[in-house]
Design a protein around this ligand. Structure first.
Ligand code: NDP
Length: 460
């Protein structure tokens, strides 16, 4: 017996924290988890899950339009934002309850409170109660960050508020060119808002393959989203008719709502990290080793608060690996390479592995295969859209080191392609796979003509 109250105290009941708590408890640990907002964290409460529900809602408008070419006439569809939000809220409440029940089933004690470190083994709750723990896990996630403050910033919303708007804005300006900006641009556009996207760089989706960045921009513009690049929002002024948004080149845009999706920052403030001796990086993520252990040996951290790969499935893996390592006697590292990811924009983006530029820099010898085609459904609907697919192949080994897809169900496709890529599939393996016809996915295994070859001349 120790004089600790619990074996594990988890701060933050989001994806990483909940998984870690549950697995540690399954190994027999006495676990307490503190959550100051709602059980489920960003992904369940105001991230992936409600976002995907809104994405589904937004896609019906295309379906209604496309149906005409297939012989349907459906009158003028009407959309009710209030009904959507109420239904979404009900589903989120159901999921929160399910998470809570699961934790209870594993005898994890939930405390609805902020928790602050007093030293390496002591956590103080809002009530003033102190809990002694053998091991502490910090899984406090991240929050929206708006960058350098601007005049009128108080009028600007983040994705947190976007989930609870009283009504659908007729005109919205979204600043940012990453995941959240593009996903909400698609949501509002599909639901009927006039959307202006303002991005500071030359091309949206920095870090993604150049072809993906260009193809998606074209697709957004085809859907009527106004994409303004090399600009930032300088000022937001509240006026009678909404908001006047002034951009860096002094262009003025009148909207009903301005939203920033300019990145997220780890939740590290006011947690007592300094007192406990937990080090944070320059970008303010908690520094951890491959086992998610911080600079204090009995304190660990997983998920967005560590600012590694900020995606839910990664946080879940990290939480699980932590519990296996510390409570299951199975030291486990998480492989952060080859993480498939999707942007639920309209159309969707699904990617895994290296971009063309990264592969050329890293491998020298690289073969590129790519295609862009009109999806079959667009023939009768007449919709002006194209699917894009690209394979990046290691010229030395023939292994597929990157796959980039834009089009319907790109997220679903990349999940499955991800298995092959993770297993080390070669281009020859793809070629040997029989096609499923007629599908868009068959294009991935019937790509025969190289679009580009790097490094051959020198090597051969
Ligand atoms: P991202 O980092 O993806 O994008 C932030 C965008 O804001 C970038 O385009 C960035 O430009 C721009 N930006 C940053 N600072 C400023 C500034 N001061 N002024 C103007 N523009 C600025 O962050 P998100 O907020 O979109 O999402 C956060 C993270 O959450 C994602 O990176 C991802 O890890 C995760 N996420 C994942 C999702 C998924 O899996 N589908 C969905 C939503 C979020 P620049 O490119 O020039 O830096």
């Amino acid at each position: 017996m120790t004089d600790n109250d619990v074996d594990l105290f988890v701060i933050g009941a989001g994806s990483g924290g909940v998984r870690a708590a549950r697995i540690a408890a399954s190994y027999g640990a006495r676990v307490m988890i503190a959550e100051e907002y709602r059980v489920g964290g960003t992904c369940v409460i105001r991230g992936c899950v409600p976002k995907k529900l809104l994405v589904y809602a937004s896609r019906f408008s295309d379906e209604f339009e496309d149906a005409i070419g297939y012989g349907w006439s459906v009158g003028k569809p009407k959309f009710d934002w209030t009904a959507l939000i109420a239904n979404k809220d009900r589903e989120i409440a159901r999921l929160e309850a399910a998470y809570t029940t699961t934790l209870g089933r594993y005898n994890v004690e939930i405390v609805k409170s902020r928790a602050v470190l007093e030293d390496a083994h002591t956590v103080r709750l809002a009530t003033g109660a102190r809990i002694r723990a053998e091991t502490i896990l910090i899984a406090t996630g991240a929050r929206p960050h708006h960058g350098t403050p601007i005049a009128g910033e108080k009028h600007v919303i983040s994705s947190n508020e976007a989930f609870h708007l009283k009504k659908l804005p007729k005109r919205i300006l979204i600043q940012g060119g990453g995941y959240i900006a593009l996903e909400f641009a698609g949501i509002f556009n599909g639901l009927g808002s006039e959307v202006t996207l303002v991005y500071r760089g030359e091309k949206i989706l920095r870090g993604f393959d150049e072809d993906v960045r260009e193809h998606l921009t074209r697709e957004l513009e085809l859907r009527g989203i106004k994409v303004l690049t090399r600009k930032i929002v300088k000022e937001v002024e509240k006026v009678d008719h909404g908001f006047d948004v002034v951009l860096s080149d002094n262009e003025q845009i009148v909207v009903d709502l301005a939203m920033f999706a300019t990145g997220r920052r780890p939740n590290v403030e006011g947690l007592g990290l300094e007192t406990a001796g937990v080090k944070i990086s320059e970008r303010s993520g908690i520094m951890v080793d491959a086992y998610s252990r911080t600079s204090v040996p009995n304190i660990y951290a997983v998920g967005d608060v560590t600012d590694r790969v900020n995606l839910t499935p990664v946080a879940i893996r990290e939480g699980h690996a932590f519990a296996d390592t510390v409570f299951g006697d199975k030291p486990t590292k998480v492989d952060h390479s080859n993480v498939p990811t999707a942007v639920f924009s309209e159309p969707e983006v699904g990617v895994i592995g290296l971009t063309e530029a990264q592969a050329v820099e890293k491998l020298g010898k690289v073969d590129i295969y790519k295609t862009s085609f009109r999806p079959m459904k667009a023939t009768l609907s007449g919709r002006d859209t194209r699917v894009f697919m690209k394979l990046v192949v290691d010229g030395n080994t023939d292994k597929i080191v990157g796959c980039h897809i834009i089009g319907p169900d790109a997220a679903e496709l990349i999940q499955v392609v991800g298995i092959a890529v993770t297993m080390g599939a070669t281009k020859a393996d793809f070629d040997a796979t029989m096609a499923v016809h007629p599908t868009a996915a068959e294009e991935l295994i019937t790509l025969r003509e190289k679009a580009m070859t790097y490094g051959r001349a020198a090597a051969e």
